[in-house]
Design a binder for this molecule. Structure first.
Ligand code: SAM
Length: 308
């Protein structure tokens, strides 16, 4: 049986000869290919934010933006994501064996929630550019994981050569070797998960690799959000579903040069794009999505559709 990492490598458009899994995730970004950081992006790459993100930052910030206590809390948001993507729900005896991509997965909070709705033969791939976020995601993943500090090149079943740094003890090497062969399943026994370090604006996967794509809390951070949506569309199979949770501007900005300047300055300073009503649904409709639906919250919007 192929490991989650080997299966993820199989979904790449241009798989590297020696995939680097030395940090516990598949690292496709060298320093030269990292997306340029904005103010908000720099926070995501710090070592501090990933530690408080899931328990403090995410629930406090997102729940308020979704209109807490009237808007959905995190558990309801996860259930809606699984529902709108056509996944199962935790506890169901049969869950679909789908390939799911979680774009800008951060510390893996949404990735694990998606995995809980997918059967054990499926695969959930979490992609993010931040090494510190991904380290946190890997540390929160259940099951065995590659040890830090390992050895040269190693051939694994399926032919993928995975690069590791030298380990101190032979025993640790043996454990690492065994661990690398195991699928990593989600917390409640859902789909195996693999994390990938890559750029969401230039997705590294081949066309039609995924049955479902999720992008929560990140489209407003990307330097080119519409190119990112193009990529998410490209990697979806026909009939596959996309769901996006992103920012929403609660008031209209005047059209014309003044409005454009207000938007440009706000985005330039913070690195955040605040999307007007209709912009994200319109982007999906323009790309041929059908059944486009949206829930509006005070400062956020949840948008989904099905690729034609
Ligand atoms: C606010 S977190 C969202 C995490 C999770 N999806 C959630 O809903 O809680 C935003 C994430 O987007 C990632 N990110 C921003 N720009 C990116 C890019 N161009 N490529 C990949 N990840 C990016 C950041 O590193 C950060 O982990």
């Amino acid at each position: 049986m192929r490991t989650p990492a080997e299966r993820a490598v199989g979904l790449l458009a241009d798989p590297p000869d020696e995939p680097d899994l030395s940090a516990g995730y598949l690292d496709l970004l060298g320093p030269a290919t990292e997306p340029p950081p904005s103010l908000a992006q720099s926070a995501m790459r710090s070592t501090f934010l990933p530690q408080i993100y899931e328990k403090v930052w995410r629930p406090a910030g997102f729940n308020l933006a979704k209109g807490w206590p009237i808007g959905p809390d995190t558990a309801e948001e996860h259930a809606m994501a699984r529902d709108w993507l056509g996944l199962g729900q935790p506890g169901e005896s049969v869950r679909p064996a789908l390939n799911v991509l979680d774009v800008a997965c951060g510390p893996g909070n949404v990735t694990r929630a998606l995995a809980a709705g997918v059967g054990a033969d499926g695969l959930v791939v979490g992609l993010d550019a931040s090494a510190t976020m991904l380290s946190r995601a890997v540390s929160r993943s259940p099951g065995p994981r590659p040890l830090a500090g390992a050895e040269s090149l190693r051939d694994l079943p399926g032919g993928a050569r995975l690069r590791r740094r030298p380990t101190a003890q032979p025993h640790a090497r043996a454990v690492a070797e065994a661990a690398s062969q195991q699928p990593r399943a989600a917390e409640d026994g859902g789909a195996p998960v693999c994390y990938v370090r890559g750029n969401a604006v230039d997705l590294p996967f081949r066309d039609a690799a995924f049955d479902a794509v999720c992008c929560f809390g990140a489209l407003y951070l990307f330097d080119d959000p519409w190119r990112a949506v193009d990529g998410m569309t490209r990697v979806l199979k026909p009939g596959g579903r996309l769901i996006i949770l992103t920012s929403r501007r609660p008031f209209p900005v005047p059209a014309g040069p003044i409005g454009r300047e207000v938007r440009r300055r706000a985005a330039g300073f913070t690195g955040l794009t605040v999307f007007g009503d209709g912009q994200v649904t319109g982007a999906l409709a323009e790309r041929g999505f059908t059944g486009v639906r949206r829930r509006r919250y005070p400062l956020m919007q949840l948008v989904a559709g099905q690729r034609a």
